[in-house]
Design a protein around this ligand. Structure first.
Ligand SMILES: *Cc1c(COP(=O)(O)O)cnc(C)c1O
Length: 381
């Protein structure tokens, strides 16, 4: 039996129901709510991450007061001194989650305690004060309840939630800041794949790494994304959708994409994914897929996966499918792997689609929630 990770154990600890947590972030007056016409215009053409809701959750941390001033306030620009520490040294962490509307109109989210545990793991690594899991989940509850009309219901749509923390102290000295802001913003998003799962083409980068041993590869911080952007630009120029990074220590094993974990499906039905070495972000989607596969008696190995093993397996037929996973897209088939000295097609098969269907059915309340992953934010209004 696989051992749970620390994050999985923390996530499994029970948390109070939404009605008990609600009201922690006090709702502020709003005198410029989006009009019905504006709402209709946005919902007619849902994209990803470009339209935002009426409100945002916000709290401030100072050394004397800890986290205070917990509010849900009108969405809008922040004021930040040009010496604000995050602008200079990148001291910030973030999360990515979704709120889903079920068929009966109620609103749910998926494993919020996993995200709560993970933002604090990230916060520890970046010397940012932790936020209690109750405050974290309460911020989601209070924001989504205030913004309930922005949770879409069409198939594949959701309200994407972006909690984040950053150093707001005005100071250029290099040390952990003495003031931080915690915010949650929300963006109604459309179906990632409008016409079924679309395979993506990956460029395997041998020059750049997104993270290295002892770095920040296993925590969710903007710096990891900053280091992935140039490789991504170069890959895009060569016609590839995403970059597959190798481990920085040996430059031979699969790590992950810039923002998604990776799985390899073997022809014998077993599944492999890179072990959590400290360079790899412990995805909640990755964790959920491993648990679902094991519950279905699929053999899942978390181990080092040499690139050469994958290339050999694609040639021999031992590797049947590959997919990437993360909250935004859930599951994405990989259709091609290439680098300076190889360019190979990856077969697209049923296993990837079956995993996508099983996970999204739980998230949407269409399948039994065997693992207790769903958290109810609000009843139908
Ligand atoms: C967020 C993220 C993932 C996926 O994590 P999920 O919890 O499944 O959304 C994978 N890799 C990186 C670098 C990430 O930041």
């Amino acid at each position: 039996m696989r051992q749970n990770t620390d994050l999985e154990n923390l996530a499994a600890q029970p948390i109070a129901a939404a009605d008990e947590l609600a009201g922690t972030f006090e709702i502020q007056p709003h005198n410029a709510l989006a009009s019905e016409e504006e709402h209709t215009r946005i919902f007619a053409n849902l994209g990803f991450g470009s339209d935002f809701t009426d409100y945002m959750a916000h709290a401030t941390w100072t050394a004397g007061k800890g986290w205070h001033n917990k509010v849900v306030e009108p969405y809008g620009p922040l004021t930040l001194d040009p010496a604000g520490a995050v602008l200079h040294y990148g001291q910030e962490t973030f999360e990515g989650m979704k709120a889903y509307r079920h068929d009966d109109g109620s609103i749910w989210t998926f494993r919020p305690t996993y995200n709560a545990a993970r933002i604090n793991m990230s916060n520890r690594r970046l010397a940012i004060p932790e936020i209690t899991r109750e405050d974290f989940v309460a911020s989601i509850v209070d924001l989504v309840r205030a913004d309930a009309r922005w949770v879409p219901s069409a198939p594949g749509t959701s309200l994407y939630l972006r909690p984040f923390v950053f150093a707001s102290e005005s100071f250029l000295g290099v040390r952990a800041a003495s003031r931080y802001e915690y915010l949650v913003i929300a963006s109604p998003s459309g179906a990632y794949f409008k016409n079924g799962l679309q395979p993506i083409d990956l460029w395997v980068d041998r020059i750049y790494h997104r993270a290295g041993p002892g770095g920040m590869g296993d925590v969710k911080t903007g710096g990891n994304y900053a280091s992935s952007l140039l490789p991504k630009v170069r890959a895009a120029e060569a016609g590839f959708d995403e970059v597959l990074f190798l481990d920085a220590a040996t430059n031979t094993n699969l790590d992950e994409l810039g923002g998604m974990n990776i799985f390899v499906v073997m022809a014998d039905g077993s599944v492999k994914t890179p072990a959590l070495t400290g360079n790899i972000l412990p995805g909640g989607t990755r964790s959920s897929i491993i648990q679902l596969l094991e519950a279905n008696d699929t053999d899942v190995a978390e181990e080092a996966i040499p690139l050469q093993f994958v290339l050999d397996g694609l040639e021999s037929g031992d590797v049947a499918e590959m997919f990437a996973c993360g909250t935004a897209a859930v599951v994405t088939p990989i259709g091609r792997l290439a680098s300076e000295d190889f360019d190979v097609a990856v077969p697209v098969g049923d296993k990837t689609a079956a995993i996508y269907d099983e996970l999204t059915a739980i998230q949407l309340g269409h399948a039994e929630d065997r693992f207790g992953w769903l958290y109810k934010i609000a009843d139908a209004s």
